[in-house]
Design a protein around this ligand. Structure first.
Ligand code: PEP
Length: 255
């Protein structure tokens, strides 16, 4: 299998950062750095910046993503946003099941599965986040934890739809901590995810799925992580908030 047959995707996760003027300045900074990218560049921004981001990236190769989506089409769900609301304004991607949603907002594998199905049904490309806690790694159960998340999060999702789904392997202990997984650790779990997909679907399907690494990826460590055979890009928090740093990552993912 030629790695280049899969799409390499570099996605920024802005989390709860950037007012509209700040977002505009950051997007202006990223635009020229993404111009010649040989990978898909995505910026996942807070709901209040989505329309601005879509507007400002028209005619560029930068795609826009949301950071969450609700699974119901509409109704009495105060504070939530539906998949149709996102596609209607031109959003193409959505992060689902980020560890911060799981940790602080009660997200479970069941709701991740429901959100993923709703996103796919509306034509959004989900970026489904999985990853073990430090305690789980120390107990030696990383493989079980991640394989279980994959099985539950993708439950009853067709092979066609899973090919449109991006998986982000994000060890929870590496997110926003400055503690990055070694390239061997990242490759080991990304490969495990691909093997799990092969068992659930087929090797062809598994080979077609983009699997990102996320967790303190930065200009100093990105080359080695992105060079791994089963690592097809990254989900980037902190380093996506500074255009120059994100630019270095875009260049590394384009190699
Ligand atoms: C993330 O939030 O998905 C992430 C990987 O954050 P950071 O790069 O800051 O660790």
């Amino acid at each position: 299998m030629d790695k280049s047959l899969r799409k390499t995707i570099l996605a920024g996760n802005w989390k709860m950062n950037k007012t509209r003027p700040e977002a505009k300045a950051l997007i202006e900074g990223i635009k020229p750095l993404a111009e010649n990218a040989d990978c898909e560049v995505v910026i996942c921004v807070p709901f209040t910046n989505l329309e601005t981001a879509v507007e400002m990236t028209k005619g560029t190769n930068i795609k826009v993503g949301a950071e969450n989506v609700h699974f119901e089409k509409s109704g009495a769900f105060t504070g939530e946003i539906s998949a149709d609301m996102l596609t209607e304004i031109g959003v193409e991607y959505v992060i689902i099941g980020h560890s911060e949603r799981r940790q602080y907002f009660g997200e479970t594998d069941e709701t991740v599965n429901k959100r993923t199905k709703a996103a796919l049904a509306a034509g959004l490309k989900p970026i489904v986040c999985v990853g073990e806690l430090l305690w789980e790694r120390e107990c030696g159960i990383t493989e079980e934890v991640v394989a279980r998340q994959i099985k539950l999060d993708l439950f009853n999702i067709s092979a066609e739809d899973v090919k449109k789904t991006v998986i982000a392997y994000e060890p929870v202990w590496a997110i926003g901590t400055g503690k990055v997984a070694t390239s061997e650790q990242a490759e080991e779990v990304c490969k495990l995810i691909r093997d799990t997909l092969a068992k659930l679907y087929s090797q062809d399907v598994a080979n077609a799925v983009t699997i990102q690494y996320g967790g303190s990826m930065n200009p100093a460590n990105c080359e080695e992580l992105l060079a791994q055979y089963d690592v097809d890009g990254g989900l980037i928090g902190g380093a996506s908030l500074k255009a120059d740093q994100f630019g270095v990552l875009i260049a590394a993912a384009s190699k």
